[in-house]
Ligand binder design. Structure first.
Ligand code: ATP
Ligand code: MG
Length: 395
């Protein structure tokens, strides 16, 4: 058994000793079979949340009503979830009421795809009532039960199907694909935050280039924020190796860039992104625009800073560059000043030297000083700056 599971065995053992059933389930079992790096380990058990919390000294209550408790053990977190069935679906979203059941089979049955509905016992035995292993071997994504019904219960599963296609390089079964096409509009009922999580995972997947055409073929894109009329631009996404990007803002920069978005702020707000990501994306896009006109000048490097330079360079690596140029990161490191406060004078010095009231002239004056220092035409030295300003009346 994988090392990650060996460490987690203690949790199963404790549950067993106290008379409960417990299994490894979900993505970790799937990823083990695929020999992919294992993410979080999920455990399904017959113990109720209150019983789980009583048994383990360190737990976080993340949704007791939904039957999930996080158990902290040897610096790891495990999501321990009570066997459940979800029978009353409202508005195509997850049910408000979760019914706890005493059967593993029922629990596996409510899971989304057959590849995610395999349980692993403490002895390494697989319980696989829906032929999930076969689906994994054949690399296909198939819902547990009738696809149309499962998407009607929870429409987010349609997005999940395509993000798994992107992450795993699998194909959607014909039934699953047709059911998405027939039910794509149900995505309207899902909160944007949940859609955004899945969309970002999709963009980060190794097979994003094949998942994008599925988003289009199944018409699901028509229910993604701001993408309803974007079929043509969206199809260009599959030309690029998205997985080479790193930060969230880089992904959103490339999204806005390829979709030719004008109102970036409102587009990104509709995806409910945090302000920090929106600001970084806006700055990356402005930087890209400036680069088209001038390339990396000392002024551009200074204005945008290291973070933006690194992000934009990775984006340019993905979209391709017109010509080679020296590393802007090295150039940035060589800049004589990195920010306004690095200059050896203050606004008060300017006010005193020119005997003028504060105003916009101060910032204009600083800009000229910055340019002169950056271009090596002026030393960053208080006396020298004063001399330079007064000698040519540079206010
Ligand atoms: P990863 O963590 O690598 O993104 P995962 O398969 O573990 O993939 P999670 O979102 O962590 O996905 O969910 C854990 C498990 O819970 C899934 O494998 C699946 O069995 C079940 N699951 C998650 N979301 C749903 C859903 N919307 N409908 C049905 N089952 C779900
Ligand atoms: Mg998981």
């Amino acid at each position: 058994m994988e090392k990650a599971f060996v460490k987690a065995k203690t949790i199963l053992e404790k549950l067993h000793t106290n008379g409960y059933e417990a299994y490894f389930v979900g993505g970790a079992v799937r990823d083990m079979l695929l020999k992919r790096p294992i993410g979080d380990i999920d455990i399904a058990t017959s113990a109720l949340p209150t019983e789980i919390m009583r048994l383990f000294p360190r737990t976080i209550d993340v949704g007791v009503v939904h039957g999930t408790v996080i158990v902290l053990h040897e610096n790891e977190q495990y999501e321990v979830t009570t066997f459940r069935t979800e029978d009353k679906y409202k508005d195509f979203r997850r049910p408000s009421q979760v019914e706890f059941v005493k059967s593993l089979h029922e629990d596996l049955k409510r899971r989304d795809f057959t590849m995610n509905a395999i349980a692993l016992t403490i002895d390494g035995e697989m319980i696989d009532p829906f032929q999930g292993r076969q689906a994994i071997a054949n690399k296909y994504i198939q819902t547990v039960g009738i696809a149309k019904e499962r998407f009607n219960e929870d429409a987010l599963r349609m997005m999940r199907a395509i993000r798994f296609q992107s992450q795993l390089g699998f194909t959607l079964s014909e039934e699953t694909k047709l059911a998405i096409l027939a039910n794509s509009s149900l995505l309207k009922n899902i909160s944007v935050e949940r859609i955004t999580i899945e969309f970002e995972k999709l963009l980060r997947g190794q097979s994003c280039q094949t998942a994008i055409p599925t988003i289009i073929d199944t018409a699901l894109y028509r229910f993604l924020p701001g993408l309803e009329d974007m079929q043509i631009y969206l199809s260009s996404f599959s030309q690029y190796m998205w997985y080479r990007l790193k930060e969230r803002a880089e992904y959103w920069t490339l999204v806005c860039y390829l979709l030719h978005i004008n109102k970036v702020d409102s587009f990104l707000r509709n995806w409910k992104l945090p302000t920090k990501i929106i600001e970084q994306t806006t700055s990356n896009l402005l930087c890209l625009e400036t680069l088209k006109q001038t390339g990396w000048t000392k002024r551009t490097l200074y204005d945008y800073g290291m973070d933006c330079i690194q992000q934009v360079e990775r984006i340019i690596d993905v979209i391709g560059r017109d010509k080679e140029y020296p590393s802007p990161i090295d150039e940035y490191k060589r800049l004589l000043i990195k920010k306004r406060t690095d200059i050896e004078i203050t606004g008060n010095d300017l006010i005193a030297w020119f005997n003028q009231k504060p105003g916009k002239w101060i910032s204009d004056c600083f800009e000229r000083i910055e340019n002169a220092i950056l271009e090596n035409k002026l030393d960053n030295n208080k006396e020298k700056i004063k001399e330079w300003l007064l000698s040519c009346n540079q206010k």
